[in-house]
Every structure is written in structure tokens, then in C-alpha cells.
Write a protein of this length. Structure first.
Length: 286
């Protein structure tokens, strides 16, 4: 018999969501309720293993009686609350946010971005050819992963994963101000000279592809990266006895990257350098 941990029982909170009665466990966010109801509320900076940062503001919804739109990723559901997710005000706000993001950074590797831009009729090019863009060359200073600030939306998820929410390495933080703000290591030096331990947990939470495996970066540059041809197999890391789960992404019989299930009670999506990057011995055919 397998024991299934159910956690501490929580009472249900009743509120109105788009005209329908909704019930969610106490402590749930509006976004949790939307997903349970099958509603497609866009979000970029929200992560299921991190505390919400409220940075991207794409998930805003209308809460009756509130002066401003509320971020669904962090606003808790309250008894009697009346929430509307598809009002003209909320849609317009999402549209403008998508336009601002897409006009300043490259969202080509951001999942669902193209669909959301089309759905909300966002027109990033309406700011004209002189709109400021983060057109920076990708930083390739190690053999494990690449930093492409031209795709970074400053969601701070990587900073949180590297900091007190998971790794506690504190190798990266935000430097600069305004449009010059960047995620940076100390003194903006090479990654190899920083406190980075190459766990890759920042890559795991990056929503736009600003952080990517060197293998993925090289394959995209060569035009050979094809997720439709990739298979995913979850296994157990063999390096130590902790029991971390690995998901191997395989294309053409080659491991192209390694992730970890976010719902795994051991890892919660996190790995060490060996688990995430030490897979070459599996396919060493020399």
C-alpha cells in the first residue's frame, strides 16, 4: 500500500468567477481558480515553484470594488469576491503589456507569446522603428548554458531561484536602472568568475529562453532544434542517493537537455550541476 500525503485540510472559499460560482481551497490564488476552471489567463513571470513576483502584469483581472486591476498570480481568492477575467479593461491592459514587451525584447522562444499577441490583437510595431530594443549579443562564456539578454523580460524568476527561494548561491541580481536594467553577476563579469555553481535552476524557471542550454542554443543556431521530434523520459539521477528525478529530452537518439518534474517532492524542479549537465557519459560512443 502506498501512502499518499494529502497535506493539512483546508476549507473551501466560495466566490464568483466570470459569473459562475467557484470554490477553491483557502489560500489559492485567482490564477489557481482560473486554471481549475479551464480559463486561459496569460502569464509570464508566474512559476509553480516560486513565490509570485508580480513583474509582468500579463495576468491582471478585474476584481469588483478594486480601484486597479489585480494580478491573478498573487491575489488570493476571498469569500464573496467577484472576479472577471475577460473585461475590456483587463484585455486592453494585457494587450499593452504584450506590445511593450514584444517591441523591446525578442519573444520568439517564449511559449504561447505568438498566440497571445494574436488573441489580444497586440501590435508591437505600432511604436515605430525607433522603439528601443534590447538587441544584445548572447553571452557564451561557458560550455553549459547561454545568457541572451535580448530575450530577457526582467521577471526576476532566475534571481529568486538562485537566491533564498532555492539555491541560496546569490550569484545574480538586477543591476542598472530603467531600460539599462539587466540580470547580472557581480561586477558584470564572466559567469565563470562569479559565484555561480552551474546548477541550472535559473534555466528551469526562465519563461522566455533568455537562459538556455548551450546544446539547445547551438542547435537553434544550426536550425536543427525540433521539439516535435523530441521525446521525454523521466528517470532517477544515478550520481548520488538523494533520488532526484530527471526528465531527459532526446532528439535523434541524443540527449539534448535535462529538466526535472516540478511536482516531484524531492527536487521540485531543481537539480545540481551533475544532474542537469552531467549526461554526456550516457551517450559517449567513442
Amino acid at each position: 500500500m502506498t501512502a499518499i500525503p494529502l497535506g493539512v485540510p483546508r476549507r473551501l472559499v466560495e466566490f464568483t468567477l466570470d459569473g459562475q460560482e467557484a470554490m477553491v481551497p483557502e489560500g489559492s490564488t485567482i490564477l489557481d481558480a482560473c486554471r481549475a476552471a479551464g480559463k486561459d489567463v496569460p502569464t509570464l513571470c508566474e512559476g509553480d515553484t516560486l513565490t509570485p513576483k508580480n513583474a509582468c502584469r500579463v495576468c491582471v483581472v478585474d476584481v469588483e470594488g478594486a480601484r486597479t486591476l489585480a494580478p491573478a498570480c498573487s491575489r488570493r481568492a476571498e469569500p464573496g469576491m467577484v472576479v472577471r477575467t475577460d473585461t475590456e479593461r483587463a484585455r486592453h491592459s494585457r494587450k499593452v503589456v504584450l506590445e511593450l514587451l514584444a517591441s523591446s525584447v525578442d519573444l520568439s522562444t517564449t511559449p504561447h507569446a505568438d498566440r497571445w499577441i494574436k488573441e489580444y490583437e497586440a501590435k508591437p510595431d505600432r511604436f515605430g522603428p525607433d522603439a528601443a530594443r534590447v538587441d544584445e549579443e548572447a553571452r557564451v562564456d561557458n560550455d553549459l548554458y547561454v545568457r541572451d539578454y535580448g530575450k530577457c523580460i526582467l521577471c526576476y524568476k532566475c534571481v529568486d531561484a538562485c537566491g533564498d527561494q532555492w539555491q541560496n548561491s546569490f550569484a545574480i541580481a538586477v543591476s542598472g536602472r530603467g531600460f539599462d536594467a539587466r540580470i547580472s553577476v557581480e561586477h558584470d563579469g564572466p559567469l565563470t568568475d562569479s559565484a555561480c555553481v552551474y546548477c541550472g535552476n535559473c534555466i528551469e524557471v526562465c519563461p522566455t529562453g533568455a537562459l538556455s542550454f548551450k546544446s539547445e542554443y547551438d542547435m537553434r543556431a544550426a536550425g536543427t532544434w525540433d521539439e516535435e521530434r523530441q521525446t521525454e523520459t523521466t528517470t532517477v539521477c544515478a550520481y548520488c542517493g538523494v533520488g532526484c528525478n530527471l526528465t531527459l529530452h532526446v532528439q535523434d537518439n541524443e540527449i539534448v537537455k535535462v529538466t526535472s518534474p516540478h511536482d516531484n517532492p524531492v527536487t521540485h524542479g531543481n537539480l545540481c550541476i551533475k544532474g542537469r549537465f552531467g549526461y554526456q557519459h550516457v551517450q559517449n560512443r567513442d
